[in-house]
Design a binder for this molecule. Sequence first.
Ligand code: SF4
Length: 379
Amino acid sequence: EVGAPHSASGEEAQERDLSRLAPAPRRSRRWVPRRVVITPDALEHAHGRRIVERVEALGIEVERLRANRLTGVRGDDERQTYARAKATLAVVVSPPSRRRLQPISPSADWRVDLAEGCPAHCQYCYLAGSLSGPPVTRVYADLDEILDNLHGYVGTGTVTSRSTARSAEGTTFEASCYSDPLALDHLTGSWQRAVEHFGTWDAPVQLRWTTKYDDVDRFLDLPHGGRTRVRFSVNCRPVTDRWEGGTSGLVERITALRRLAVVGYPVGLTIAPIMPLEGWREHYSELLTLVEQATADIAGLDLTAELITHRFTASSKQVLQGWYPRTTLEMDEARRTVKRGRFGSAKHVYPREVMAELRGWFTEQLAARLPRCRVLYWT
Ligand code: SF4
């Protein structure tokens, strides 16, 4: 039955927190943008108008732009531009090129973007170097058209069809490549609509996203049909505490994973970016203990793990050092090996022996501690 609690303990399990391991979770973290703007084209779309209504109902003023170009974001220097952009939410129409979906191996068959940009301040952010210009968060007003466009992709793609472990998922769509859904959904409702769209869609499909937020209340009662896998991007405490500004705490994220799993969502861990910091075994062991404690009693748990080691490129390093000039994050080429990407790009990854040690440890520990967890890939 769609949306039925899988756990025998039902509501009680929903309420349970991880207080034995850490302080009880606080209220979900919700971003309040300092400036919200909407373009004239975005106002033409029903979803654009829904976003305006939603944002205004939260007491936030929405500035109607006269033209479709976003202005007033650049400051006197890079720091000021960064701060202004990160505090701005722009409701726009997605670029036409986005209607032609791109494959996104190994995570999913296709990438679908409902937004671009994120209000958090992770000092290793994956978006640095991928997106150009000031890091404004743009959410798309043409959501209904974006979702309709997916119908043409059912039964295509190679990632899930080639993997026997994943074939039951059908065609998979990744909706968090350039953004963090739970950082924005309270302002847009876009991912809620997407979950409902997939949940009631009569086809073998799966929606996927990953998040560092815990704002899941609005998702618990949706007709998700088990068709959305929500993964929580988690890390060991030193990484979370030092370099993930503006996100929800680790315990809050794991509690949110539990709450979704209890009402039947397939869930996952995106353990990223894995770093061999001093004492890493102990730190990552603590992370696995939190997950173990939070999921052990959930009947029918469908849990996956995606394991991604830290890497950087010359351009991401340059952007990140501009954004976070005093960062203590290690981005030292001399301590890395170069891995060439498909388009000739050079990624600086950990040397082979470090990778082997990390991979061996995670594989062994996950099998022993979270035996129901399926590892989808290591990179
Ligand atoms: Fe970047 Fe993700 Fe952190 Fe947002 S949550 S700043 S997208 S790494």
